[in-house]
Ligand binder design. Structure first.
Ligand code: SF4
Length: 416
């Protein structure tokens, strides 16, 4: 029986895919192990969203080879799709599986078709279950390689997604995170109107999942029926709305189907429905043609939106994307400097958002003990919390009073 080690880089959809692969390997009679040194087969689900992510994927393939010299490596996912020939040339790599064949990865590697196996909380260091319900994208953001590597938008049928959630809950999942490349497009290919709102409504109505979280929704896919679901406390008060730039001119060049004004309107509607919602976002800095004035506008708008968390990316040329043909590239040093400024703003905004909750009682899903022996977990509005207690909190949701902030973490005490 093969022992398999699985690792994922990049987005939450990759994490969701890894959970499914782990279940499929177990269902095909393999043992999933916790470290590469214990494995006969090592699988890496790669990322290529930026040049840096692709580089990290290559570095990780080499490192896994060193850690597990006798294992056969399977390299799958976006970088394996982008650079299949190069991936095949790495020592120890036995399989390179592009996105189009990812669904069949377990069959390709083991020669066996998986029987459904049980999800187990905590296997990947967290107690949330990541569930991929959508893949691919039909939009045309000019910088984006993902849509090229992942293909057109397609959705998991609603009944199957619902059954997946029910199965995860039956197996102990306390929180399910719905993931997709373009999650807001969920159901369009199935002919569903307000597809994601319909799916979320069905999950909240027909399952007992204590917490449901959405990974990321493009702003133009947000609609009133979806926003209304945040009136239900079981839908985690977090909304990841990718902004990418606060400058209208840059947004147009990026091919984004939103203006800063429309984005601000969405943010105020979301806050009217759920005042404490954690709004998180992605921002690209140094996009071709981004002037100092555009960057200042982006910084200013990002500050006004008072995001709870920022993911900042210096623009990275990806071969085959239209943005590589745009004039006026921003020099690398300026991109780096703008990224540092935007990240500093992100730190400031995150601290301001966190501090609002000191003294409040929040629900926390506990995941693991940290190096100091404290329990660590997440609130529904995506704040990291630590507490000292002898109690066994693993995979439990407790009411927790926040006592203080400590770096990027809130310290609290369990009150219920
Ligand atoms: S919405 Fe834009 S950024 Fe997101 S996957 Fe589609 S093309 Fe890429």
């Amino acid at each position: 029986m093969s022992r398999v080690y699985l690792e994922s880089l990049g987005c939450r959809l990759n994490a969701a895919e890894l959970e499914r692969l782990a279940r499929d390997f177990a269902g095909a009679g393999c043992t999933v192990v916790d470290g590469p040194e214990d494995a006969d087969i090592v699988l890496l689900n790669t990322c290529a969203v930026t040049a840096q992510a692709a580089r990290k994927s290559r570095q990780r393939v080499r490192a896994l080879r060193r850690q597990s010299a006798d294992a056969r490596l399977a390299v799958i996912g976006c970088w394996a799709t982008e650079d299949e020939a190069r991936a095949e040339g790495f020592r120890g790599v036995a399989w390179v599986i592009p996105n189009a064949e990812k669904q069949r990865a377990v069959e390709i590697i083991t020669g066996r078709v998986a029987e459904p196996a049980v999800w187990s909380p905590g296997r990947w260091g967290h107690t949330r279950a990541f569930l991929g319900v959508q893949d691919g994208c039909d939009h045309a953001c000019t910088y984006c390689i993902t849509r090229i590597l992942r293909g057109p938008a397609r959705s998991r049928p609603l009944a199957e997604a619902l059954a997946d959630v029910q199965a995860l809950v039956a197996q102990g999942a306390r929180e399910v995170v719905l993931s997709g490349v373009c999650l807001g497009a969920y159901g369009r290919d199935l002919g569903l109107e307000h597809g994601l709102a319909t799916l979320v409504g069905a999950i909240l109505r027909e399952t007992d999942v204590p917490r449901l979280r959405l990974s990321s929704v493009e702003p133009w896919d947000m609609d009133e029926p979806l926003l209304r679901h945040w009136e239900n406390p079981r839908l985690c008060r977090q909304l990841h709305l990718p902004l990418q730039s606060g400058s209208a001119r840059v947004l147009r060049r990026m091919g984004r189907r939103i203006t800063p004004e429309a984005f601000a309107g969405l943010v105020s509607t979301a806050r009217a429905i759920s005042p404490d919602i954690a709004l998180t976002t992605d921002v690209i800095v140094g996009f071709p043609g981004e002037t100092a004035a555009d960057f200042a506008a982006s910084l200013d708008f990002t500050r006004q939106m008072a995001f709870a968390r920022l993911h900042v990316f210096p623009y990275s040329e990806r071969a085959g994307t239209p943005a590589t043909r745009l004039p006026d590239p921003v020099p690398a040093a300026i991109r780096a400097e703008r990224a540092a400024q935007m990240r500093a703003l992100g730190v400031e905004l995150a601290a301001r958002y966190r501090e609002r909750f000191v003294g409040q009682v929040l629900p926390v899903l506990w995941e693991r003990r940290d190096q100091r022996g404290r329990w660590r977990g997440w609130t529904d509005n995506y704040l990291a919390v630590a507490t000292e207690t002898d109690a066994e909190l693993y995979n439990r949701i407790t009411e927790t009073r926040v006592l203080a902030g400590e770096g990027g973490v809130l310290v609290g005490e369990v009150v219920g």
